[in-house]
Write a protein that binds this ligand. Structure first.
Ligand code: MIC
Length: 650
């Protein structure tokens, strides 16, 4: 039987289930990745699960998101994380060492391994031929504890690449082309597997760009074969012995097929405020720009910074533009410095920041209202930059640097004519500046058991959640539209992020980007039977933050009814005992209004009895058929009030 790359890795890790799309499967997990903004909860969950020691091959805790230390809270989180790594046998990547995804790829990634990460961009490791998935923190905690990951077997979507990228067009334009074709929900319940002759021209870091932003398509993950480009990458990282070739069998097939001729691509840009709001750069040329930021896990490679440095070498960026550079890892920063690229960037007016996510999660770099900010980042959801009425665009480093030079959105293909600037041919070092000093290895088991967790006063206990009640009678507290992101449910940014380990406090930020009155109104009802939220299509897209389930749950959310859900958030809702229901008839969405009172009689029985159930709208004397799509395992979890109470009771 012939198999593609995804099927090979799944088959090698399959614990239960069959590889039929839609069937629930359980997979053994080799690696885990956590970052600080979601990792604090993961460590609290490990404590709640009573873990003795990590059972994975490799588990790494990175500190890359909460780097602004405007008071003691973030530093206390870092200390807590370090102590938890020592206690449970995890690696600890110190603040400043780099963004989790490129750093994991550089130091730990191994073709053929499985990984889960409490970050939606974990699929970036698919660039090395790993099967890596973004999931909620609780599922990472379970994986660290040696439990399998449960998911519905996705369809495998084979994207055949032919041709080669023209000058001034790079990997970012490939994934923006995918978003142009398929939108932010186009990849839901699919694994995207790239194959074909076009792969030859894409380095492992180019593939990282494409795999990373597969998350923006809603895909379960993205994967590439482990070929010569991967061997070259691992050799440069002094890890040639970790290389294992993995390729699809001759004649392997895919559930869905597609082709992209790389030679036909042009520079693309995502306009405000959605990653799939795509235009050709040439269509929006001339739009004024006041900020350009290069960095993040979406464009983390040495070449992404080096190309920008080569473009601005010996020139000045435009007077009206703040040109910000966020190195993605310490290693890449060292390489840029050795190459002289750091000098070129600062001489051209760049503001160089520390290695980390920075403005990508609104930790600084908030733009002015009404001014355009061009970023090489993965997401531009409304307000995510930290500025409520922001205007953030997503593009390649080439388009970003071109625009930084001219002060207006500029198609880099026109630079020869406009600035006498030719496409730079880069010479990158064959060996990376490998430095593992900021990676603290796990303590030996005996020493680890003596470690105490260090919890600052801002680190709250995990809230207790009661089981699903016998009868649900609750008002619709909020009705939202399509593609509501978890950034809108539980915003990030410099104000909220210090409370990621303090659920009651973080709850005060819940849904404020869409309705500032929600936390107060919800808290007023929380003592009663709680409330319901109505959503449109692709509810909960974006970040994996389980906080977007926990904080509304803390405020009394019991049921979300939506037209459809994004994968990670849907699972997070189940993990924290929130009943996620889909309209069988999408037109019923229009019939329900905010403030309506909904009733689900014999709720526990109805959920247990089967997939379909009926919700009554007593305010309008109507009934709506709904479905939950939950597996038996998830039904048990929701009935128990969430995974932690379920495990505690079993
Ligand atoms: C993101 O890019 O949205 C984040 C911030 O990395 C999140 C994680 C988080 O919310 O902490 C993600 O991608 O899951």
């Amino acid at each position: 039987m012939t198999r593609n790359v995804a099927q090979k890795i799944i088959a090698a890790h399959l614990i239960s289930g069959s590889m039929e799309p839609g069937e629930e499967i359980a997979l053994a997990i080799d690696h885990t990745l956590t970052q600080d903004a979601t990792g604090t909860l993961v460590m609290q969950e490990l404590e709640a699960l009573g873990l003795e020691r990590a059972r994975t091959e490799v588990s790494v805790q990175y500190v890359d998101h909460n780097l602004l230390q405007t008071d003691e809270r973030n530093a206390e989180d870092h200390t807590f994380l370090h102590s938890a790594c020592s206690r449970y046998g995890l690696w600890f990547s110190k603040p400043g060492n780099g963004v989790s995804h490129p750093t994991h790829m550089q130091r730990f990634g191994v073709p053929g391994k499985t990984m889960v990460g409490s970050d939606s961009h974990t699929p970036a490791a698919g660039s090395l031929g790993m099967l890596a998935m973004g999931v909620g923190g609780l599922e990472v905690a379970m994986a660290i504890a040696g439990r399998p990951l449960y998911l519905r077997m996705p369809e495998i979507w084979g994207v055949r690449l032919t041709g080669s990228l023209p000058p001034w067009v790079s990997a970012k334009d490939v994934i923006l082309e995918m978003l142009r074709r398929h939108t932010v929900a186009g990849g839901v319940n699919r694994i995207i597997e790239y194959h074909g002759p076009g792969l030859e021209g894409l380095s492992a870091m180019d593939r990282h760009v494409i795999a990373n932003m597969g998350a923006e398509l809603g895909a379960t993950t993205t994967i590439f074969p482990a070929d010569e480009a991967v061997r070259e990458f691992l050799t440069a990282e002094e890890r040639a012995s970790d290389f294992v070739p993995i390729a699809a069998d001759e004649g392997a097939t895919y559930d869905v097929t597609e082709e992209i001729d790389l030679s036909s691509l042009v520079p693309l840009i995502a306009k405000p405020s959605a990653p799939d709001n795509i235009a050709e750069v040439s269509e929006v040329q001339g739009t004024e720009v006041s900020q350009v930021v290069i960095g993040s896990s979406a464009n983390p490679g040495l070449r992404d910074f080096a190309v920008a440095a080569a473009m601005v070498r010996g020139r000045q960026t435009h007077d009206a533009v703040s040109f910000d550079v966020n190195p993605s890892s310490r290693e890449i920063f060292a390489d840029l410095t050795k190459m002289g690229a750091t000098f070129d960037l600062i001489s051209a007016g760049a503001r160089i920041h520390q290695a980390g996510c920075m403005g990508c999660i609104g930790m600084g770099q908030a733009p002015a209202v009404g001014q355009n900010s061009l970023r090489t980042f993965p997401r531009n959801f409304p307000g995510r930059s930290g500025t409520k009425e922001d205007s953030v665009w997503l593009c390649s480093p080439e388009t970003a640097a071109a625009s930084a030079l001219t002060g207006v959105i500029t198609d880099p293909r026109e630079l020869a004519e406009k600035l006498d600037l030719d496409w730079p041919r880069l010479e990158l070092p064959a060996r990376a500046s490998v430095n593992t000093d900021m990676l603290v290895p796990p303590l030996p088991a005996e020493e680890a058991t003596r470690v105490e967790l260090v919890k600052g006063p801002n680190i709250s206990a995990l809230p207790d959640f009661p089981p699903l009640p016998e009868r649900i009678e609750a008002p619709v507290l909020l009705k939202v539209g399509d593609n509501i992101s978890t950034d809108e449910i539980s915003p990030a940014g410099a104000r909220a992020l210090p409370y990621r380990s303090n659920i009651p406090k973080l709850a005060e930020f819940t849904f404020i980007p869409v309705d500032e009155t929600y936390p107060k109104r919800a808290a007023e009802l929380a003592g009663g039977s709680g409330h319901i939220v109505i959503g449109g299509e692709n509810y909960g897209q974006g970040s994996s933050r389980e906080h977007a389930a926990i904080t509304p749950r803390h405020l009394g959310l019991r049921v979300v009814i939506a037209k459809s859900f994004a994968r990670i958030h849907w699972q997070n809702l189940a993990n924290f005992g929130i009943l996620a229901l889909e309209f069988l008839d999408a037109a019923d969405y229009d019939r329900i209004g905010a403030g309506d009172k909904l009733v689900l009689e014999a709720a526990r029985e109805a959920v247990r009895a089967g997939d379909e159930l009926t919700m009554h709208n007593v305010s309008r004397s109507e009934s709506y058929p709904l479905r939950h799509r939950l597996s038996q395992r998830q039904v048990d979890c929701v009935l128990a009030g969430g995974m932690i109470p379920l495990l505690a009771g079993s």
